[in-house]
Write a protein that binds this ligand. Structure first.
Ligand SMILES: [Fe+2]
Length: 177
């Protein structure tokens, strides 16, 4: 017989007074989640010739996905048009859009609005990494402006699940929030 040791309560944990509707909150609230930094939690999945995506969250109710985009030096992501709001914080390297004159570097914040379109590039020899929080679909076009495909939360799930199945990796259910 094994005995369970209850987790030690950290002295820094503060006990709050009950909130309004406390019993309902306890019954229906969902706990948040954690994705560790290791590729065991979420691997880099190749995205075209010069990029990879590390998926962090999929929310099929909101049509939302969160991930880290890694574009290797000299790479670009095809022209795309947003149908929802996107925000990004740069973690490493530098990047920009051909259509705008700013350059994003670590710590900078970008937000992109529905209806806008642009083409991402990274001339940085070290490429770039940025965390993106994506809402709604994104339409991709080729260099002649011909529509190619729509990238939405299901596209991101398919990208992740297909990679896991092809490489015999477990699917991390914590990504599905
Ligand atoms: Fe964009």
């Amino acid at each position: 017989m094994t005995t369970m040791t209850p987790p030690r309560r950290h002295p820094g944990i503060v006990t709050l007074p009950p909130q309004p509707h406390e019993a309902i909150v306890q019954e229906y609230a969902l706990e948040g989640g954690f994705i560790g930094a290791s590729e065991a939690d979420s691997p880099w999945v190749p995205f075209g010739e010069s990029a990879a995506i590390r998926h962090l969250a999929f929310d099929v109710r909101q049509g939302m996905a969160a991930n880290i985009l890694w574009v290797k030096g000299g790479g670009r992501i095809g022209t795309h048009r947003h149908r929802g709001h996107v925000s990004a914080v740069t973690l490493e390297g530098s990047w920009g859009y051909y259509e705008y004159d700013w350059i994003a570097t670590p710590g900078s914040f970008v937000h992109e609005t529905p209806g806008t379109h642009h083409t991402l590039y990274s001339d940085d020899p070290n490429g770039m990494k940025a965390m993106f929080w994506l809402n709604g679909p994104i339409e991709f076009f080729d260099d002649q402006g011909t529509y190619l495909e729509t990238v939405d939360v299901f596209w991101f799930i398919n990208h992740y699940v297909t990679h896991c199945r092809e490489h015999g990796l477990p699917i991390n259910q914590a990504l599905f929030i």
